[in-house]
Design a protein around this ligand. Sequence first.
Ligand code: NAP
Length: 314
Amino acid sequence: MADPLFETVALIGIGLIGSSLARIIRRENLAKTIVVSTRRPETLARARELELGDDYVGDAAEAVANADLVIASVPVGASESVARKIADRLKPGAIVTDVGSTKASVIQQMAPHLPSAVHFIPGHPIAGTEHSGPDAGFADLFEGRWCVLTPLPGTDETALAKLTRFWERCGSRVDTMDPEHHDMVLAIVSHLPHIIAYNIVGTADDLEAVTKSEVIKYSASGFRDFTRLAASDPIMWRDVCLHNRDAILEMLARFSEDLSALQRAIRWGDGEKLFDLFTRTRAVRRSIIEAGQEVDAPDFGRHVIAHPPKPEKA
Ligand code: NAP
């Protein structure tokens, strides 16, 4: 087992991402001591029951006092309040990072409050599920996934190399990127798909001509795959929408234009256009499988439910 990279890591927030980090830090011996801090006493108690850390501290400021690495894993809208709370107690030379799904906004919220004696290196592991809370995490979450770091100009190279090493030992591949570019890329690959999923599931839920029981009964024909995304944490996704507004609006505008073109092709019976688009998109999926970011099993690699439970009578 390789030596620990850090003496003490403080995890601020212990939901899906924070608790996955706790599990992998423990398994890979990435730090000697894990200090867990979270806002609500009941979440802290659950983290203790799950034995996710060594110390459990309600007060975030107290939690970071001895830490060489501080990782904030909270909804992006809570970044400023976390930075304000911990700023005065951070150890000089500590690395402070986060896992938020938007980067420019997190930097705006946190950077002004953090002392110059710490290394603030924002990050975003491109790995997740639709589940949340400390029970949802698992040590393999980051395995084979990308983690994007968005260092600020003048970032200390040694600190950046150490954080890169940390994510690599979590199983990730690491890229660095400009925060605005990160936000644009994530708007199309993650934020827009979630917004489309929330929208389509909402539309189906509002329909009157099709009953709710029919939507659920026949969901395997496509709808079900949107419902997984649309089951994601409402607070996290509210914050992503509010904190990556410009990039999301830009991508939504392009999406709407393309949707209008698709609508037109359907209206005018332009089968060639439809066939060309559907062929191009099939190739995109193949590239994702070849890049190791998806499995090639039918039905998205899901296990088939041999005897699904009988639905209740509507
Ligand atoms: P989660 O499972 O819902 O956990 C959120 C954690 O943040 C909990 O410990 C919660 O504490 C705490 N928290 C919530 N609101 C807070 C507030 N206002 N102030 C301080 N702490 C607060 O969320 P998650 O999925 O781990 O997401 C955490 C971060 O990772 C988000 O920024 C998200 O954008 C990013 N991310 C998520 C995914 C994903 O797929 N889920 C993937 C990559 C990155 P209490 O329970 O004590 O209230």
